[in-house]
Design a protein around this ligand. Structure first.
Ligand code: ARG
Length: 654
């Protein structure tokens, strides 16, 4: 039951007698910010007053006259300039809570317009271990999949792995030149990732050295431009001052680029073994590219090696997904679409959408400077071509209504072009959305790296989180006034729940578009907006039942007392619990899991306040006691369900 939607529908009916297009005005009903003014508030009388040339208060009175809500609301009143305040009848709340309690789905209705929704998420480039950069897509995509599924949509999760890219050229070259056979036999993925790192270091050295002269020149040119401007400038002229400031920052930028290039080169020069390899492989950049090209052209040896590598890479990825509780319905990597790419280009040409430009085949989209390159000069297809074939497959074969791409926001231009081109191509029936997100930062406000500057492996991150969580579990259990409650196995299991939940929640509770700083202490804190706080709140509620000597199932089955809301804090908690569907609908509307974390945090706070003001286990009136236990049970179930929709586990005892 989504009370907000019901209210908006009622407003739409009333408003249709007042204005031609009532929908946007009806949507101006919101939950009240301040409970003093009731539970919901409608703000539409102000803009309507303006539109109709009448006093907003007069319009508000007119709306109320036409509005039929007395089956579940008290008589509405008008406040201030023309706000309409709405308060739900308490017996209605009680009835709805009773319904939720009886319902496995906690009163959340399934969508009447179920959509076939493909969610493309995680999608790492394989053959290198997963790192912290893969966290956001994986966690956000999984949460969205769970939530949309719960709302009744037909969700297909698809891991569009990068299994055909240039990293394979590096690995193939590494395999052919630097393989440690014993290491390969023992740990294939470990050895491949060593080879990848080695080859990319060597390539980096050569391409950086090749650029060095140019970078030096840039610094010189920028320096000259600055001194010229400085000598000529009139110190009073604002425009010139601004120009000089800009030149200064250009110079600083070029210096920084040069310095980091020099640092890279020095780092290798300081390692004699590496330097030797650098000198032995002067053509490595070109040769790795050729290995990729050979693979794409169907070279027998490279295809065989690729087939040897891939299963092990997928297995290694699966280990991480399993730990995180992530499931994919499909894992169709980029390689899957390779046989279709030629036809995609031909079709776009035939339809007059693609044309040649400087040797490459491009689609030009009006209003966009950059062309969408679908075949390079050397005949190679691109990331873009693959994504077009993928859309064709998802719409034609999978019958997608909606396709979501949970991908880093740095790819937003690609997706904008991709969607535009697909529409021109005729794939305009499916809704496509780039669900973009920002970067995970370290405390230095730069992308999160190890001290040595390497990206942080996802597995070691999970391990560390669990180790830290274990300390929290130990301290908590050791401190219990009546002695410890958990054995070794329980402690470890709870540490995993807290550790993994903490990482996921920290990611999900930020607005996905923002960058966020990875901070262990904040993430695992027992207070504030964290999974740990929520998980402990849940366990505490379970503890109330243990204290009362009743199981949650017994309370669930009880017929002696109905829910009755006596205290304000109790009513507030009840209303909050009835807003679960609204929270989920908001997530589905904007694909923002943080709207669910917000809801759960508010729910945990509403529960605290209720528990502070109302006695439960010790309540003497048996009916009130049972009613409150039911409310506790509904809170526990809502929190457990909500966290599980975020991919986060709970434990009855912590
Ligand atoms: N493998 C890509 C990367 O790591 C992400 C793929 C996202 N999905 C897509 N259909 N383009 O950047």
């Amino acid at each position: 039951m989504n009370i907000l939607t019901v209210l908006r529908e009622r407003f739409a009916v009333a408003l249709s007698e007042i204005v031609d297009e009532p929908a946007s005005y009806a949507n101006m009903v919101f939950p009240s910010q301040n409970t003093q003014f009731g539970d919901f508030q409608a703000n539409c009388a102000m803009p309507l007053g303006k539109k109709l040339g009448k006093q907003p208060r007069e319009i508000a009175a007119l709306i109320i006259e036409k509005l039929s809500v007395d089956d579940f609301c008290e008589t509405p009143d008008v406040a201030g300039p023309g706000f309409i305040n709405l308060k739900l009848k308490t017996n209605y709340l009680e009835q709805q809570l009773q319904n939720s309690l009886q319902d496995e789905r906690l009163g959340v209705a399934e969508s009447k317009t179920a959509q076939k929704t493909i969610i493309d998420f995680s999608s790492p480039n394989v053959a290198k271990p997963m790192h912290v950069g893969h966290l956001r897509s994986t966690v956000i995509g999984d949460a969205l999949a769970r939530i949309l599924k719960f709302l009744g949509h037909d969700v297909v999760t698809d891991n569009h792995i990068g299994d055909w890219g240039t990293q394979f050229g590096m690995i193939l070259y590494g395999y052919k030149n630097f393989l440690d056979e014993a290491a390969y036999q023992k740990n294939l993925v470990g050895e491949l990732s060593r080879l990848y790192r080695l080859v990319s270091q060597l390539c980096d050295y050569h391409s950086t050295s090749a650029q060095l002269e140019k970078l030096q020149q840039n610094v010189e040119t920028a320096g000259q431009a600055l001194s010229k401007a400085e000598t000529a400038a009139n110190p009073e002229d604002k425009k010139q001052k601004k120009a000089i400031k800009k030149l200064r920052s250009t110079l600083a930028g070029s210096r920084e680029t040069l310095a980091s290039a020099q640092k890279k080169i020095e780092a290798i020069q300081n390692q004699p073994e590496l330097l030797e390899l650098v000198n032995e492989h002067p053509q490595i950049v070109k040769l790795t590219r050729e290995e990729t090209a050979k693979l794409h052209a169907g070279d027998e040896e490279n295809i065989k090696l690729w087939n040897d590598f891939l299963p092990a890479c997928n297995d290694a990825m699966e280990v991480v997904y399993k730990r995180l509780g992530i499931h994919f319905d499909l894992i169709l990597g980029e390689s899957y679409y390779q046989p279709m790419l030629g036809d995609v280009v031909d079709d776009l040409k035939k339809k007059g959408l693609a044309s040649e430009s400087q040797g490459a085949i491009c689609v030009f989209v009006e209003g966009n400077k950059a062309p969408f390159i679908i075949q390079k000069q050397d005949g190679a297809f691109t990331y873009a071509t693959t994504d077009l074939a993928t859309i064709q497959y998802r719409v034609d074969e999978l019958k997608a209504d909606t396709i979501l791409y949970v991908v880093d926001k740095r790819q937003s231009e690609h997706f904008q072009l991709l969607f535009d081109v697909s529409k021109l191509w005729g794939y305009d029936q499916a809704e496509m959305q780039h669900v973009s997100f920002g970067t995970v930062m370290g405390k230095d406000n730069k992308p999160f790296k190890t001290r040595a500057g390497d990206t942080i492996g996802l597995e070691s991150l999970l391990d560390e989180s669990i180790t830290r969580a274990r300390k929290i579990v130990d301290v908590n259990d050791d401190r219990k006034p009546n002695g410890t409650e958990l054995d070794e196995q329980q402690r470890q299991r709870i540490a995993e729940i807290i550790g993994l939940g903490g990482i996921k929640y920290a990611d999900l509770h930020h607005n996905r578009e923002s960058d966020y700083v990875f901070d262990w202490d904040k993430m695992l804190s027992m207070t504030g907006d964290t999974a740990t706080y929520m998980q402990y709140a849940f366990a505490r509620i379970c503890g109330i039942f243990r204290k009362a000597g009743l199981s949650r199932e017994e309370v669930q089955a009880d017929t002696t007392a109905a829910i009755s809301l006596q205290h304000d804090a109790e009513r507030a908690l009840g209303l909050q619990l009835l807003r679960f569907e609204e929270a989920l609908a908001n997530v589905a509307q904007e694909y923002r899991p943080n709207l669910l974390t917000n809801y759960l945090f508010e729910t945990a706070n509403a529960f605290s306040s209720f528990y502070e003001h109302c006695t439960v286990a010790k309540e003497e009136d048996p009916k009130i006691r049972m009613s409150r236990l039911k409310l506790c049970n509904l809170t526990a179930r809502t929190m457990k369900q909500g966290l599980s929709l975020l991919g986060i586990d709970t434990s009855d005892r912590m």
